[in-house]
Design a protein. Structure first.
Length: 763
């Protein structure tokens, strides 16, 4: 790798100030690589590449080469100070072959095969370029409805969603990010009940889903009344549902699986800046960016942890610095639109026509800590509203100033800004609070407007070394105030929180609250504070403990509606990752297998031959990879073999399951106790767990263990359970396993993020 800082006159060597984890994430996901996968640029080179590419847009409005160079240096300083970072596709692709710089898109899905499969094709192109996609399936006729052209019946929105899900599975975004989708269905669609439940069995691993709630529906919930369903083909009333029952089902499924989320679609459209161009039907995959069909948005985030001024008299918000960063960031994001290579001509036209940008924040929890303010406090909520109000006002001011030179966005006429007293606006929207998973790792700050996820945690690295990672602000305070010790840090890592640790001073405990220390109501109150001054929406996850009830979730949804937020995502601890499932002890069956007691030397133990006739049972079990058919056979000595067949999906999941079953079969015929094998299989996790009756299936390996467990019971009693047993005394408090490094996933801002390797589902 080269370092071109000195050669080109850029003053800041970013490589020297990045944290080790920031460097690791940049090297793994962002730096340009050769054909062998080795980085060929240093972090400094990356930021120079991005700065110069984005600044080249200035020539469009008559800037000289010297002026373009000056702007490039300013953009470089803006990013390398870690005051501001654009969204990941901009960092990855600016100045490279793709040149696709947007993170979020919404595509239309009309009620025809041409539109549906055209959208599938467009989705693949967008995912390949590094973007995420949102869809509303509300225009599709319901399942069972007539199809005049074929004299047949429609399969409905949920069925067609499977096509999008499978297409996403086949495409990896630009070699660095996997596709993420948002599926939305209006609550007044006739298939709404099937949609609400569609993720209960582990399907749609590549989708977040949200129900679009209408004002009519919410009023019916409050009044305890039924509401109308409308067939989108005929636009006529096709039935009614009792609103409180539907609301209860949404709550119960969100409690159980984390999906669906909810968006208040009428509220979103009241803030639609260009209503003359159509209605907003969907958002991007994390819920924070409502967009018209074929619209895109460019996002970026200000690091609030760096907007604090420390003086002898204390700490305060550095309003002058914050205002300066806002104006420079708006210019940066408007320039991104100009040099962006959009994946479809329809997107290009609408993105340039509306010129939407989404300036948001990260490091909010860090700012509160530096100011000595608790996240879950009236003071914290009040400051959040003040901060976002300032950012929104300054961003609009910056957009108006750009419009004086560059002109208003082309679709200005007919927009909400087109009034007699209105002033020119360069951008139809300017503010969005997006997830900042990997960006906040690069900037070494907290994510979005979320509280801290943990004060300290254990990171497992190569050779199974366990390293204790401590929040740098906490470590600094602990050292300064004299209560730091490695033993205390290890204890905190074990707990994740300092909430109940008397070794930590009470005032420090009050400030260093984590996501699970905070009552859910404070999550919503903070989200509402930022939403009050945000053009688009706020990506935020309301975290619940595993013991939370459906009533707790319902209360949060009610509060969200009352406080004016545009959408809600909740996560109950353990609901996605699954719980530690018990294996249970069952009686041994059949005659004793060949004696293998005593020490066994390598090469000494051989499996017995497979008998020519066996008996057994086959069980279908739902996994995150699809339906898995597991056959367990036995002979006069006991269990002797396992076969697996992976539905229609095939691929690696099928081949790996076949390899697993062969190894199990060899082990069984060598005399290994089936219960010992079950013990090792049960509890193995993959990133896509699935619901089965009575519990969760954590992986294909876990599924095989479950079926073997059922077979052991059947061989002993002649009856077999067909449900997944649960150990309610041992709950898994992790948020799931990272699919790349196996580390813990944090569910925040409507997304899943690994702090160990930088994996992010959607940012």
């Amino acid at each position: 790798m080269s370092d071109s800082v000195g050669a080109t006159g850029y003053s800041r060597a970013i490589d020297e100030i990045l944290s080790p984890n920031s460097l690791k994430v940049l090297q793994k996901r962002y730096l340009r690589k050769d054909e062998s996968g080795n980085p060929v640029e240093a972090p400094s080179d990356l930021f120079i590449r991005v700065a110069e590419n984005i600044a080249s847009a200035e020539a469009t409005w008559g800037a000289t080469p010297a002026e373009v160079s000056e702007v490039a240096h300013d953009f470089y300083e803006l990013m390398t100070s870690l005051d501001f970072l654009p969204n990941s596709p901009t960092l990855m692709n600016a100045g490279r072959e793709l040149q696709q710089l947007s993170a979020c898109f919404v595509l239309p899905v009309d009620d025809s095969m041409e539109s549906i499969f055209g959208a599938v094709r467009d989705t693949a192109l967008i995912h390949k370029s590094g973007g995420g996609t949102g869809f509303s399936f509300s225009r599709l006729r319901p399942a069972g409805d007539s199809v005049r052209s074929t004299q047949g019946v429609s399969s409905g929105p949920v069925s067609f969603m499977r096509v999008f899900n499978q297409a996403t599975e086949a495409v990896k975004q630009g070699g660095t990010r996997r596709g993420a989708n948002m599926g939305v269905l209006r609550v007044d669609h006739p298939d709404i009940l099937d949609f609400i439940k569609c993720k209960a069995d582990g399907d749609f691993a590549n989708f977040n889903i949200s129900v679009a709630l209408t004002e009519e529906f919410m009023e019916a919930v409050k009044a305890g009344q039924s509401y109308n369903l409308y067939n989108p083909r005929t636009r006529e009333v096709s039935g009614q549902l009792f609103a409180p029952d539907v609301y209860d089902l949404i709550v119960e499924m969100a409690w159980a699986t984390g999906d669906p989320g909810i968006i208040f679609i009428d509220r979103i459209n009241r803030d639609n800046p260009t209503p003359h161009l159509g209605e907003i039907e969907s958002t991007n995959p994390c819920g924070e960016q409502p967009l018209l069909p074929y619209e895109a948005c460019n996002l970026g985030s200000i690091n609030l942890s760096r907007m604090v001024r420390i003086t002898e008299s204390g700490a305060d918000v550095d309003w002058d610095r914050l205002g300066d960063v806002v104006h420079r960031a708006v210019r940066f994001l408007d320039d991104v639109i100009e040099v962006n290579n959009y994946p479809l001509p329809e997107i290009d036209a609408l993105a340039r026509g509306n010129r939407k940008i989404g300036l948001g924040v990260m490091g909010w929890a860090d700012m509160l800590i530096k100011l000595g303010i608790a996240y879950d406090s009236d003071e914290g909520v009040s400051l959040g509203q003040k901060i976002m109000g300032f950012i929104d006002a300054e961003a609009k001011s910056a957009s108006r100033k750009l419009a004086e030179v560059r002109g208003s966005f082309p679709n200005f006429e007919g927009s909400i800004y087109d009034t007699p007293e209105g002033t020119p606006m360069r951008n139809a929207t300017v503010t969005t609070i997006a997830p900042t998973g990997t960006l906040s790792i690069i900037a070494n700050c907290s994510s979005g407007v979320e509280p801290l996820f943990a004060v300290s945690y254990v990171r497992t690295v190569m050779d199974n070394d366990r390293l204790i990672e401590v929040n740098p602000l906490f470590e600094e305070i602990a050292v300064k105030r004299g209560f730091y010790s490695r033993e205390l840090m290890a204890l905190i890592a074990e707990h994740g929180s300092v909430h109940d640790l008397d070794e930590v001073p009470e005032d420090v405990r009050r400030v260093f609250v984590t996501a699970h220390d905070i009552a859910p109501e404070w999550h919503i109150r903070m989200q509402a504070a930022f939403q009050k001054h945000c053009d688009n929406a706020v990506s935020k996850t309301v975290n619940f403990s595993n013991e939370a009830t459906t009533e707790d979730v319902r209360h949060v949804y009610d509060l969200a509606y009352a406080l004016g937020v545009k959408g809600v995502t909740i996560y109950r601890d353990g609901s996605k990752a699954g719980q530690v499932l018990s294996t249970g002890k069952t009686a041994k069956t059949g005659e004793a297998a060949p004696d293998v007691s005593g020490p066994v030397r390598p090469g000494e133990l051989e499996p017995r031959e497979r008998p020519s006739i066996t008996q057994g049972r086959t069980e279908k079990i739902q996994t995150g990879c699809g339906n898995l058919y597991v056959t367990v056979n036995w002979d006069e000595y006991g269990m002797c073999e396992v076969f697996t067949q992976m539905g229609k999906s095939g691929g690696c999941a099928a081949s790996q399951s076949e390899a697993l079953s062969r190894m199990i079969s060899v082990s069984l015929r060598a005399g290994v106790d089936p219960e010992a094998l079950v013990k090792h299989l049960r509890g193995i996790r993959c990133p896509s767990p699935s619901w089965a009756e009575g519990g969760k299936v954590l992986s294909c390996a876990d599924a095989v263990g479950i079926v073997m467990e059922h077979a052991i019971q059947f061989m002993s009693t002649g009856q077999a359970a067909t449900v997944v047993s649960k150990n309610t005394d041992a709950l898994d408090n992790l948020s799931g396993a990272c699919p790349e490094c196996g580390g813990s996933l944090e569910h925040e801002s409507g997304c899943a993020v690994c702090r160990s390797c930088g994996f992010s589902k959607c940012s």
